[in-house]
Write a protein that binds this ligand. Structure first.
Ligand code: AG3
Length: 275
């Protein structure tokens, strides 16, 4: 018998994947979680019915949420990842030799445990000695750590349920305060096709808090519409001024020095959202 999983990305569109095996399902304190093996994308983490990451395409998201801010900053030493309990962002952050410490603050300890068990290629760096995993509310953690970080990335779920507060103006203000004087912040900000109102609002809020606000795009096949956005707020360093000749080759599959500038060239309809 064939089994298929569908994420209803909007009330009218879905992505459907053939399932080879269900490794784990759980109702955690915060959400419903499933870890399945799909024929097309390999093992997949699903939270509240939405695809979080898959073994086949996770590299795009995790490289792009980390290397863009980390190479915009001249010397990132202390990094915070809010959310991202699968550890993929941490793995990429730790490719930077300048990084002395990366803190992961994830609200749902079960996501970390299941990722360690079933997604070793994504979660491997959670055990690194430069990584600290804190199971706590990211909003409170950020409030309690003023002036500490060079880079903060917000690797959240969609802006529903536990993640709503991670897309709020007040949160961006406390992120600003948690950064050092030349700190940089990036958040995942959904699809310009399906979440245009959110992108408009978030960009406006981030631009009201940070002197430099930039949005960039990449292609992620398992996320709604396949075109995904990240929004950066920076106190001092502009990613458009990064000297890309200085960017070394890391072991990456999507990010490169060439792409560091090109991702900020936006399609007209996305440019219009930022006006
Ligand atoms: N966090 C962003 C997932 C958003 C996907 N949305 C959806 N499928 N509706 C990904 C976590 C990876 N570390």
């Amino acid at each position: 018998m064939e089994l298929w999983f569908t994420e209803k990305q909007t009330p009218n569109v879905g992505i459907t994947c053939k399932v080879n095996k269900t490794y784990h399902t759980e109702k955690t304190e915060y959400q419903e979680m499933a870890l399945i093996d799909t024929e097309q994308f390999g093992r997949m983490l699903v939270l509240d019915g939405t695809v979080q990451t898959t073994v086949k395409d996770e590299f795009v998201y995790h490289e792009m949420i980390t290397h863009v801010p980390l190479f915009t900053h001249p010397n990132p030493k202390k990094v915070l990842v809010v959310g991202g309990g699968d550890g993929g962002a941490i793995r990429e952050v730790l490719k930077h030799p300048s990084v002395e410490k990366v803190v992961l603050v994830e609200i749902d300890g079960s996501v970390v445990e299941v990722s360690k068990k079933y997604l070793p290629e994504i979660s491997c760096a959670l055990e690194d000695e430069r990584a600290e995993v804190v199971i706590a509310d990211g909003i409170q953690y950020v409030r309690d750590h003023a002036g500490e970080f060079d880079v903060i990335t917000v690797d959240s779920t969609d802006p529903v349920g536990p993640a709503v507060g991670l897309f709020a103006l007040d949160f961006y203000k406390s992120i600003y305060d948690a950064l050092k004087e030349d700190g940089i912040f990036v958040a995942q900000t959904e699809s310009p096709f399906f979440n245009d109102d959110l992108i408009k609002r978030v960009y406006k809020d981030i631009a009201s808090v940070f002197p430099i606000a930039r949005l960039y795009l990449c292609a992620i096949p398992t996320y709604p519409s396949g075109l995904w956005s990240f929004t950066m707020g920076s106190k001092k360093h502009d990613p458009l001024e990064t000297n890309i000749a200085d960017i070394p080759e890391l072991n990456t599959k999507y990010y490169s020095g060439r792409i560091h500038h090109s991702i900020f060239a936006l399609p007209r309809f996305v440019e219009d959202l930022l006006k």
